[in-house]
Design a binder for this molecule. Structure first.
Ligand code: UGA
Length: 428
């Protein structure tokens, strides 16, 4: 069985390498030739722990290769995993133009039976459009099937998530498609859930939106804590010990970012509205998340009154630790708000600074990039923690305090224990 993986972004590259690691014969493809050249030589264009090692190891074996020739790759494959982007459009819906383009290419290169597998996150009923598009543009009577196999990997732990999945969701319409998918994932036989395609598509959007709801819920509770004597960390712990609730994804703070939760909750909202469903619950969760930035900036103002010409160390630029991804990162919104107030910012992140320089260039008058968190703290009127990298959790607080003009830390991720940090004479 020959498998093609179209798209070499975070999901596509991990899928190609992961399937090869499972022993499959895989060709990864992308229309960006430079990306393919880089990956073919064992170079991973993103920061994802463990991925480069696994890519290199599998390139050495004979079952993984990359090609920029999409037509040829489609022709030579039996199964095609589609991992292209489905970004957000202005009205909140998912932009499916890359999906449509790939469907047309598959139709034009349908030289044998092919199973087309949606791996990208797509709105429910997308498979209907893929099937219709392939049928409309194909030039022969060759048979094909569509399947949905949503991916649940998290950036930062993508490799281990792919190789140790909680569940493999397989949405199919025919026995042939089911047999192929079960064969591919035979190593995880006990974790395969077979459903119809609409169900599989919805499981993905429903899961991501539920996790986003959970985060917004604890953030709503954190506002109650701020106005009372309650400690949100302890409330979350007390709630989470109930197995029906669970401890994970109850970390209050600046809210969720990234390329998935903000976009997926809006895409589910849009499709729900189109289908006449009351989706106000999802809308409120999105609104609570957006408001987190305003609430954080209000806290900064409460500590420093006027922000113009004040110096801030900003620690953490990626949307979460262990990634260089800054898509929908809360840091971008915080930085914009502070720039508008006339503040002077010194930014630091272990991996995401190069990406951030594309949005806020080094030449920007109010911005400098530091080489370490201590350099960022030098002379600062306040230090802001925006992403909870381990490096920040382990910082030498005495050294930071000495370096700063005013020992004030405003922590958007609740990294430190309140009582301990206050003992050091830091306003937290
Ligand atoms: C998320 C899902 O967790 C994956 O299962 C899914 O496959 C992926 O989206 C996707 O659809 O591709 P990811 O966006 O990589 O993964 O990151 P998460 O670890 O889920 O974190 C998302 C955001 O929520 C981050 O900004 C994080 O800081 C925030 N978060 C997470 C909180 O604010 N509080 C928490 O308790 C947990």
């Amino acid at each position: 069985m020959k498998i093609a993986v179209i798209g070499t972004g975070y999901v596509g590259l991990v899928t190609a390498v992961g399937l090869a690691e499972l022993g499959q014969n895989v060709i990864g493809t992308d229309k960006i030739t430079e990306k393919i050249d880089k990956i073919s030589s064992g170079d991973v264009p993103i920061y994802e722990p463990g991925l480069e090692e696994l890519l290199k190891a599998n390139l050495k074996k004979d079952n993984l290769s990359f090609s920029a020739d999409l037509n040829k790759t489609i022709q030579s494959s039996d199964v095609i995993f589609v991992c292209v982007g489905t970004p957000q459009r202005g009205d909140g819906s998912a932009d499916m133009s890359q999906m449509e383009e790939v469907s047309r290419m598959i139709a034009e290169n349908l030289n044998s039976y092919k199973l087309v597998v949606e791996k990208s996150t797509v709105p429910v009923m997308t498979s209907m459009w893929i099937k219709r598009t392939i049928s409309l543009y194909k030039k022969n009577e060759m048979a094909f099937d569509v399947a949905s196999n949503p991916e649940f990997l998290r950036e930062g732990s993508a490799v281990s998530d792919f190789l140790n999945p909680d569940r493999i969701i397989v949405g199919i319409e025919t026995d042939k498609a089911r047999d192929i998918m079960v064969e591919i994932y035979k190593k995880f036989k006990d974790r395969i859930i077979v459903t119809n395609i609409d169900t599989a598509e919805l499981i993905k959007h429903a899961s991501n939106s539920f996790l986003a709801l959970k985060i917004s819920y604890i953030n709503l509770i954190s506002e109650l804590c701020d106005r009372t004597n309650a400690d949100v960390e302890k409330v979350a712990k007390g709630m989470g010990l109930d197995p029906r609730i669970g401890e994970l994804f109850l970390k209050a703070g600046l809210g969720y970012g990234g390329s998935c939760f903000p976009k997926d909750i809006r895409a589910l909202t849009k499709i729900g509205e189109d289908l006449g469903v009351n989706v106000n619950l999802l809308k409120e969760a999105d609104k609570i998340n957006i408001d987190r930035i305003k609430i954080f900036v209000e806290k900064i103002k409460k500590a420093l009154w006027i922000l113009k010409d004040k110096k801030f160390a900003i620690l953490g630029l990626s949307f979460k630790p262990e990634t260089d991804d800054i898509r929908e990162a809360p840091s971008i919104k915080v930085i914009r708000e502070l720039l508008d107030e006339g503040a002077l910012l010194r930014l630091y992140d272990p991996e995401a600074m190069d990406n951030m320089k594309e949005i806020f260039p080094e030449e920007s008058p109010q911005i400098t990039y530091a080489q370490s968190l201590y350099e960022a703290a030098e002379g600062a009127n306040a230090l802001l923690i925006v992403t909870e990298w381990d490096e920040f959790k382990e910082m030498d607080l005495q050294r930071v305090k000495k370096a700063m003009a005013n020992p004030i830390i405003i922590d958007g991720r609740n990294v430190f224990e309140l009582s301990k940090i206050r003992e050091l004479g830091i306003e937290y």
